[in-house]
Design a protein around this ligand. Structure first.
Ligand SMILES: [Zn+2]
Length: 254
């Protein structure tokens, strides 16, 4: 019963994250006015605002103007619901749960804004870094020192990769937004988990990037958003980091 409630809670928060993803880059308030159709501006009726169900019943179209509603609304609701459930199963009730639900929500907002606008907003990373440092007081296995060290490590690694890219390829690889995102991940995860998540991010980014270039969906010179991979790496480490490390140790030392 409780997992189901967490799943529904996640779907409702996902609905709110959709509002954030649409409004924050446009500098609109995330609280007022009520949700509206982005095409005809008609306010959305309460029955049209039920996660998943409304999207399916409306067949992905606005009931007034019939404009197509982006599938992103459905995807974010479902993804948030699943992630909330996984975070709950990993941490159970308590302060870490609250902290990491907040952290995962931030990652979802950052990912989808980066995918749509190729932007990682300072407004989000700056406040996230401060909240991450404060969150270390709520987490039993992350001290303020480890949190600071994680942020420092995140910044240094991305800055080093940036210099390397300039030197080897003479182009800007990772930008300032990626750097601040890595600091944000570091303050929430600590330096060890941060390094693991950067490894996972470059691994998955490399594979997906190669597939996209191979299928000619993207060109070698196209802009690559790193934000979503960094967020994915952080999420994987948050949920399964300990399993990955113990599996790796077992594999290494037999
Ligand atoms: Zn409409």
């Amino acid at each position: 019963m409780i997992p189901l409630l967490i799943f529904i809670l996640g779907a409702c928060f996902g609905s709110f994250l959709n509002v954030c993803i649409y409004r924050i880059p446009k500098k609109l308030s995330i609280f007022t006015p009520r949700s509206f159709c982005v095409n005809c501006k008609t306010p959305i009726k309460p029955w049209e605002n039920i996660p998943f169900i409304s999207y399916i019943l409306l067949r992905g179209k606005c009931s007034t103007c019939k404009a197509k509603i982006s599938p992103r609304y459905f995807i974010v609701e479902l993804l948030t619901a699943i992630i909330y459930l996984l975070v709950f199963r990993r941490f159970g009730f308590g302060l870490p749960l609250m902290t990491y639900l907040f952290f995962s929500s931030l990652l979802i907002i950052i990912t989808f804004i980066d995918l749509e606008h190729q932007l990682i907003l300072n407004k989000i990373t700056h406040s996230g870094i401060i909240l991450g440092l404060l969150a270390s007081f709520l987490l039993p296995n992350l001290s303020l020192f480890q949190s600071l060290l994680g942020g420092l490590m995140g910044g240094l690694v991305i800055y080093f990769l940036h210099l390397l890219s300039l030197l080897l390829f003479r182009k800007v690889g990772m930008g300032g937004g990626d750097l601040k995102l890595a600091i944000l991940l570091g303050v929430f995860l600590g330096w060890k988990n941060l390094l693991l998540s950067l490894l996972i991010a470059s691994f998955t980014g490399g594979i997906v990037g190669s597939i996209l270039i191979f299928l000619r969906i993207k060109k070698r010179t196209d802009y690559i958003p790193y934000g979503p991979y960094l967020c994915l790496g952080a999420m994987v480490v948050l949920l399964w980091g300990e399993d990955i490390i113990s599996w790796y140790k077992g594999w290494l030392f037999g």
